[in-house]
Design a protein around this ligand. Structure first.
Ligand code: CA
Length: 247
């Protein structure tokens, strides 16, 4: 099941960690494949109980949730997540002729919907928009000092020069840039840049950060000793309260 960290960083959208809950096996596979090709780390569930459990215990950046699910209805799954305080952005999949599903879905806490049958491109675009909104960004470009990260094209540039990153380097940078100004712990990074089946090792985070500094500039990512890493918010050179480590 383990998916290798192939170099997908330049082929798609913001690579973060997603969950797909869909009982139709073909559709589930198509969604997972398309999302993985776009560079996301993706977990899957085929019924409402498994889906609810994963969404309740794993820190996904967004979830695609079918409404008609065995074992536990999609609306119930969503209601239970929201009742438990889970704020993960959720895109629901509804049947085209069931307008009432959309109403029930929004009332239950859905952030957006796509009606079946859909074009995969629309799902990808809506997921990108959800992730941007969740991070408080209106544009598909994230800019921080000289660094530009194009979430739509999956590209990174420093001072206008394109930089080639591996998929894990891209995910790590993308996560930090979606959360500029906040210290992100190594554990949190591990949880968000690998899918469930990947052999996780928090020591590798240090390696990725080291490589990113080589490619982007040593000051691109600050270490906050004992706490984690931070990228200063746009327009701010470095947070004076942030102790700057010697890397
Ligand atoms: Ca279904």
């Amino acid at each position: 099941m383990g998916r290798s960290p192939t170099s997908q960083a330049n082929s798609g959208e913001t690579p973060l960690r997603l969950l797909v809950v869909e009982d139709d096996k073909d559709l589930n596979r198509q969604l997972v494949t398309a999302l993985e090709q776009a560079g996301y780390a993706v977990d899957r569930a085929h019924d409402g109980e498994d889906g609810w459990f994963l969404g309740d215990t794993e820190p996904y950046d967004a979830i695609i949730l079918d409404i008609g699910l065995p074992k536990k209805d999609g609306i119930r799954v969503l209601e239970d997540w929201r009742a438990a305080g889970r704020k993960t952005p959720v895109l629901i999949l509804t049947a085209r002729d069931r307008w009432s599903d959309k109403v029930r879905g929004f009332d239950a806490g859905a952030d957006d919907y796509v009606a079946k049958p859909f074009h995969m491109e629309e799902v990808l675009a809506r997921i990108r928009a959800l992730l941007r909104r969740a991070a408080g960004h209106a544009s598909s470009d994230l800019v921080c000092g000289p660094i530009l990260l194009d979430t739509r094209g999956g590209r990174v540039a420093v001072d206008g020069n394109p930089i080639k990153l591996t998929s894990h380097e891209f995910r790590l940078l993308s996560y930090l840039m979606h959360h500029t100004g906040r210290v992100v712990s190594r554990t949190e990074l591990v949880e968000h840049i690998y899918d469930q089946d990947f052999d996780r090792d928090s020591n590798t985070i240090e390696v990725f950060v080291g490589r990113l500094r080589k490619k982007l500039g040593v000051d691109a990512i600050q270490t906050v000793r004992g706490l984690g890493y931070i990228i200063a918010p746009p327009g701010i050179e470095a947070d004076p309260a942030t102790p700057k480590s010697a890397h």
